[in-house]
Design a protein around this ligand. Structure first.
Ligand code: MD3
Ligand code: FE
Length: 211
């Protein structure tokens, strides 16, 4: 089913079947082990993010994108695979029900986040991309509380939604610059056997708008 969380924000629970979740876990394991590996970004104030992340296509480090891992060893970022773009187009078609828009969707960034039980992501906006195109988000593993705020500030109103393994959310249009975050993970009871050893994986696909 499709649940509209806010204009442009569509949640499709349990969209990825178990085989696809397992395939994504295997792929993320590979990406996380290449080169300098998965890392917790260091913020300008010196603090470390509690989430560890790895990127494909373009490397994000607070608060910009680069072709090289400039906050690590400067190595080139791994390419964004064609099959992941296909999955993103399929996801957009499902969420928005707009085949033409889905065909034209060309994500060139994948940002993979891994959350341990204590990890959080504070309310923020994703405005480092130079394209207004939607963000596609896949969740695997432990469930979490996802908070979708407003576009003005970090305060109320916001909506809390549980995201579970296999869920898809697409954020575009009026929700593209909404504040959002992950205040907590939930106990991993009755979760499917995806091969993920612990915690939660979130894979977002984005359009950089950079050449
Ligand atoms: C709403 N990740 O990587 S994904 C991030 O679950 C990020 O790891 C969270 O926020 C996570 O930047 C949330 C859902 C998400 C992604 C992009 C958005 C929600 C969004 C962009 C605009 C509005
Ligand atoms: Fe975000």
């Amino acid at each position: 089913e499709r649940r509209v969380l806010a204009p442009g924000a569509v949640h499709v629970p349990d969209w990825l079947d178990l085989d696809r979740q397992r395939m994504l876990v295997l792929a993320c394991r590979e990406w996380a082990s290449e080169g300098p590996g998965i890392r917790a970004a260091v913020l300008p104030n010196g603090g470390q993010m509690s989430v560890r992340s790895v990127c494909l296509g373009w490397h994000w480090y607070p608060y910009r994108y680069s072709r090289t891992r400039d906050d690590q060893d400067g190595s080139p970022v791994a390419p964004f695979p064609e099959w992941l773009g296909d999955l993103g187009r399929e996801a957009l078609a499902e969420a928005y029900g707009d085949a033409d828009r889905a065909r034209a969707y060309r994500p060139d960034i994948a940002l993979i986040n891994h959350y341990t039980a204590e990890a959080r992501m504070g309310l923020h906006r994703d405005n480092d991309e130079h394209s207004p195109d939607p963000v596609v988000s896949f969740s695997i593993g432990a469930p979490c509380v996802f908070r979708l705020g407003n576009t003005e500030n970090r305060g109320r109103p916001w909506t809390d939604v549980e995201l579970h393994s296999g869920d898809l959310v697409v954020f575009g249009d009026e929700s593209r610059l909404a504040y959002h975050g992950v205040p907590k993970l939930l106990p991993a009871l009755d979760i499917p056997d995806t091969g993920l050893v612990d915690g939660r994986l979130n894979i977002t696909l984005r359009v950089s708008g950079l050449g």
